[in-house]
Structure formats: C-alpha cells, structure tokens
Ligand binder design. Structure first.
Ligand SMILES: Cc1cc2nc3c(=O)[nH]c(=O)nc-3n(C[C@H](O)[C@H](O)[C@H](O)COP(=O)(O)OP(=O)(O)OC[C@H]3O[C@@H](n4cnc5c(N)ncnc54)[C@H](O)[C@@H]3O)c2cc1C
Length: 560
C-alpha cells in the first residue's frame, strides 16, 4: 500500500502508528463508522507489539470469568497501587480505574466482534509481585490464541515477526520446556514446523488478527509514512508525513497518536533515563523512536517524566554479529536469574537482588550518576548447565562477548574491576549460597522469578548457587529497552492530549507508550503496556464518538 492510492481528502480519523495502540484504535474506529486512515512509519506493521511476549494484563477479564476464576477491578486496583508504592503520588487513580475497566471492556469487545480469540497464559500469577495485596494467582494474563497467518494472504509479508520468542509455540508448551531461561531445551523442530505452517503466537500472534481486522474493515494502512507534525488547520488537523515519495498531508477531524516509546532516540533515552548508548540499546524495531513529543510540539504537548528507575528495562548485551536480517544484535538475558551468577558494579560489589530485574534496574538507575558499568559474573557450573542465549550449555560464547579466567582476580582484571574486591564479594555470597540463601540482598526471594526464571532442579532455591568452580566468566551488561517508557506525552481522560497549561487540545488523543504513565505511576508489571495500549485505543474512539454525538455530528459505537 502506498500514498499514491486514492483516499479521502478529509477523514474522520488519522491514526499514527500501527502497533498495539494504533491497531486497536483503527479497528474500533472503523466499527464506529469513522472514515479512518492508519499511518505507519516502518516498512511493516506491528511495532514493539509484534516483537512482544503478549502477556496482556487485564484484571477481572471475561476469559477468566468464563472459566470460573474470581477477580475484581478493586483487587486489580489494589495491586497497581501496591506496585507503585514507592511513589504513590505518581499514580492518578482516576486514570487507573479508567484503564482497568477500559482494558476489561476492550478485551471483551475485541473478542465479541471476532477480532481475536484470547487464551489465558496458563497458571501464571501476577508477575512481578505474586504475593502483593490484590495479586491474582492466575487469570489476569490474556494472550492471543494461535493464529493462522495464512488468513492474511499476501499481507502476511507486511507483518513483523518476533525474533525474541518461539513464534508458533504456546505459553503452555514453552513453560513445559522450562520457560524463557531454558532456550536450549526448546523443541526447535516443532518451532520450525509451526512457522512453516504460519501458526502465529506471541507478539506476532496478536498483531496479525488486529491487522486483518483493520484490512477487513477497509481502513487504508499506509506504510513508510512517518508522521512529522500534527497542526491545526481551521476546524481540522493537518497530519503531515514523510514518505519515500516526499511529503504527504491528510486532513482529519481527529487524530490518535500511537507512536510507541522512545527506544531508538538516543537523545530521549539519555534525557529521560540517563542510559547512554554504550550502556543501553533496545530489542524493538527501529521505527519506535519517540516521535510523539516532536510531532505534537506545535499543539503544546509536554512530557511527564517519572524517575529513570521506573523504566522497565532489561539486563542484556549486544552481539557483534547479526544472526538474521535486520538483527541489531541486542539480546535481553535472563541467565542472571539462574544459579551460580551475581551482578557487580565497577568496584566489584553486588548492589541488588540480582535475580530480579526491577531490583537491578533500580540499583543501577536510582543512583546519581547511574551505577554504570555493571557486570554479570558466573562460573563453570552455570556455563555447563545453562549456556547463554543461543549458546548451548557448555558451548562457546559469541566472539568478543565474554571474558574467561581461571581465577576471580584475573577475571576482575579483564573486566576492569578490582579483582580482590570481586573475590571478596563472591566469597561472601557463596557462604549463604551453598545453603540456597542470600541474606544480604535476598536473591531468589521473588516467587515469580523462582518459578519462571530459575532452575527448578536447583534446591532449595532455584536462583541461588555458589560460584566456586573455575573457570569464571564475566561480561558487561547493558540495560535494554523493550518499547515501554517511564515518561511520555501528558494526556488526560481517555487519552485526550493536554497542553502545557493542562488544557485539553481538541481532536487529539495519545495512546499506548507514547503517552505518560499516569495510570500506573512508577509501578510496572509485565503486561501493563499492551493492556494500556489496547484499552486506550478503544477508549479514545469511544471518547471521540461520544463527543461527536454530543455535538450532533455522529454516531454511536456499533460493532459490525
Ligand atoms: C521482547 C519484548 C517483549 C515484550 N513483552 C510484553 C508483554 O508480554 N506484555 C506487555 O504488555 N508488553 C510487552 N512488551 C512491550 C510492548 O510490546 C509495547 O510496550 C507495546 O507494543 C506498546 O504499544 P504501542 O502501541 O504504544 O507501541 P508499539 O506497539 O511500539 O507501536 C508503535 C508504532 O508506531 C510506529 N511509529 C512510530 N513513530 C511513528 C511516526 N512518526 N509515524 C507513524 N508511525 C510511527 C512504530 O513504527 C510502531 O509500529 C514487550 C516488548 C518487547 C520488545
């Protein structure tokens, strides 16, 4: 699809960005009878959503209810509150309630209208805090049922496919193989067979049905249309995009901006998180680069910032050799959750529960300046049992990534850490680790990490084991973004854009990670992001429709 295709000069709605928020918006808008155009900067559809794990956190959702799982929005709210307890003022509870009820309603709407069939991630408690007030032991994680990609016909080629998950496989199957930390146990033949059959799961499995729903509803999807500005033009909004053929403008009554987080903007990453390029990176497609702020600047948009540590970034590293077309080499790693590892700072000291990434991130980013560089250190037991990423247990690590030494002193020298301090740190840790304990920093105390990221065969603690068998290994860690931002454009009710004076900007909504996280505050939990993007895509359209009904222009939400 290109911009040379004929289209209406003036449309009801322009949606900017074809990730989770934009696709949910476009489907809902078409159902409501709004003439809609979806503009996408990338060559393909899906954004970070297509690369994601599709844990969509929805409290009191209809799928759980139909299966007899008890839950309530009040419990979900209690959980969100608890997750944000370190700065409750960062939470706007009106927005939280709006998000939670909107997510439950949107999830049901998209299933009822035939867009998607949901499954529950099996037996999956709230991750990260399964023992927090309001937490659910299961039932809040929606995920897409396996989707037959052939239904998209030739448009299947326009879909981003996640390089980070075994697309084609279900959560149930992946858990049976030992989960995310056990890549080497995955049945790669089965993954390949399902891929050949175009069975789509994980992020690609949620984007595919939404993309098809958008196309079926006749919404033009214009790829390689990177929106550069939204400006007022009389009663309308002029949306201007750069395309391979030059600049292109469309007029709209309403605009929903769903451009995602700011992963690929070095400037915004440094400004908003303090993570510099040599310490950071991202695992999302390169078209996710924080455009919302600039393209809405002329309308008075501002950014609300949360503390850098509220950014749910992940420890990871960068390979020097790409392994698939478009590979940037960045890899999130979960091997730090497994036994026989610790994470240390430049002085060779531990600073956090190094099995639990929110604790690591807080430990690195809550200091001023941030505690970079940090290093993952492990021993030969870890090497023999777990491997690293695509490296099988006992295998050779990628060239240039990992340092290896016969002693911790030597390893310290190779990493640029004081070797004596590193040895002391590891010896101190080993004293408790032999018994599965980490009295100093509580490694392995988070139930979700123990259950889903640790080694179930390691007793008594799946995350704790001593580093006492040479050779020793170490590498510098990065903190990688995953298309989830702590800071974003300030928006109010239903995602209405607010200007720097806090006044609503008529006709403009901001949804998903482009918008500030007032609904969740500094708290994060896996699945908030897709939930929020889906909910606000849906809520923004309802808001647009109700305003138009009030002013006598349109229309009511009528599912097709
Ligand atoms: C490996 C991985 C695992 C993840 N797992 C989960 C999970 O299990 N649960 C969860 O909730 N979240 C998860 N996430 C995060 C989640 O995918 C994102 O936060 C979510 O997709 C955000 O939705 P969005 O619509 O705001 O942005 P996106 O889905 O990123 O979509 C934004 C879209 O806007 C386009 N765009 C950007 N700028 C412009 C412009 N100027 N003009 C036009 N188009 C533009 C982009 O190309 C992109 O297609 C994961 C992410 C990754 C990478």
């Amino acid at each position: 699809m290109t911009s040379s295709e004929p289209g209406p000069e003036v449309v009801d709605l322009v949606v900017v960005g074809a990730g989770m928020g934009g696709l949910a918006t476009a489907v809902t808008a078409a159902d409501a009878g709004l003439t809609t155009v979806l503009l996408e900067a990338g060559e393909k559809v899906g954004g970070a959503a297509a690369y994601s794990g599709v844990q969509v956190w929805v409290g009191a959702n209809h799928v759980g209810r139909e299966r007899g799982i008890e839950d309530s929005l009040e419990d979900a709210l209690a959980y969100v509150r608890w997750a944000a307890r370190q700065d409750l003022a960062s939470l706007d509870e009106d927005r939280t309630r709006e998000w939670l009820s909107g997510a439950a309603e949107a999830a049901e709407y998209f299933e009822r209208t035939g867009v998607i069939t949901w499954d529950l991630v099996p037996d999956y408690p709230d991750y990260y805090y399964p023992d927090a007030p309001g937490a659910a032991v299961t039932g809040r994680y929606l995920t897409s049922s396996p989707y037959d990609g052939r239904l998209l016909g030739d448009d299947l080629d326009l879909l981003l496919v996640s390089p980070h998950f075994p697309v084609g496989i279900t959560y149930g199957e992946m858990f049976a193989w030992g989960g995310m930390s056990s890549r080497t146990e995955w049945d790669l033949d089965l993954v390949a067979r399902r891929r050949a059959q175009h069975v789509l799961t994980f992020g690609t499995g949620i984007v595919a049905p939404f993309f098809r729903a958008v196309l079926e509803r006749g919404v033009p999807v214009l790829l390689q249309h990177r929106v550069a500005s939204v400006a007022r033009q009389g009663d309308l909004l002029a949306v201007t995009a750069t395309t391979p053929a030059g600049t292109w403008t469309v007029l709209a009554r309403d605009v929903v901006v769903a451009t995602g987080a700011h992963d690929w903007s070095e400037e915004l990453m440094v400004e908003l998180t303090g993570i510099t390029p040599e310490n950071g990176g991202t695992v999302v497609p390169p078209s996710v680069r924080g455009d919302a702020r600039d393209l809405l600047a002329g309308l008075g948009a501002t950014i609300a910032t949360l503390p850098a540590w509220a950014a749910p970034v992940l420890p990871g590293y960068r390979l020097s050799e790409p392994s698939f077309p478009g590979d940037t080499g960045y890899r999130a790693c979960f091997e730090h959750c497994l036994p026989h590892t610790v994470i240390v700072d430049a002085e060779g000291r531990r600073f956090a529960d190094d099995s639990f990434h929110p604790a690591i991130v807080r430990g690195v980013l809550a200091t001023d300046p941030p505690r970079f560089p940090v290093f993952l250190v492990w021993d030969s037991q870890h090497h023999a049992k777990y491997g690293l990423g695509a490296t099988p247990p006992g295998g050779d690590y990628p060239e240039g990534l990992v340092c290896r030494a016969d002693s911790l002193e030597e390893l310290g020298q190779l990493l640029g850490i004081d070797g004596g301090t590193l040895r002391g740190t590891v010896e101190g840790y080993n004293a408790g680790a032999a018994e599965g304990e980490d009295p100093e920093l509580g490694r392995g105390s988070n139930l979700s990490v123990r259950r889903f990221r640790g080694d179930g065969n390691q007793r008594p603690n799946p995350c704790v084991g001593p580093l006492d068998r040479p050779p020793f290994f170490g590498m510098r860690l990065r903190l990688l973004s995953t298309g989830i931002a702590a800071s974003g454009v300030v928006a109010g009710r239903a995602g209405r854009l607010l200007d720097r004076d806090g006044a609503e900007v008529p006709g403009v909504h901001v949804v998903g990670e482009a918008s500030a996280r007032a609904a969740a505050g500094v708290g994060y939990n896996s699945g908030y992001s897709l939930s929020r993007a889906m909910a606000y895509g849906y809520l923004a359209v309802r808001d647009i429709c109700s305003r138009r009904t009030e002013s006598g222009i349109l229309t009511t939400m009528t599912p097709r």
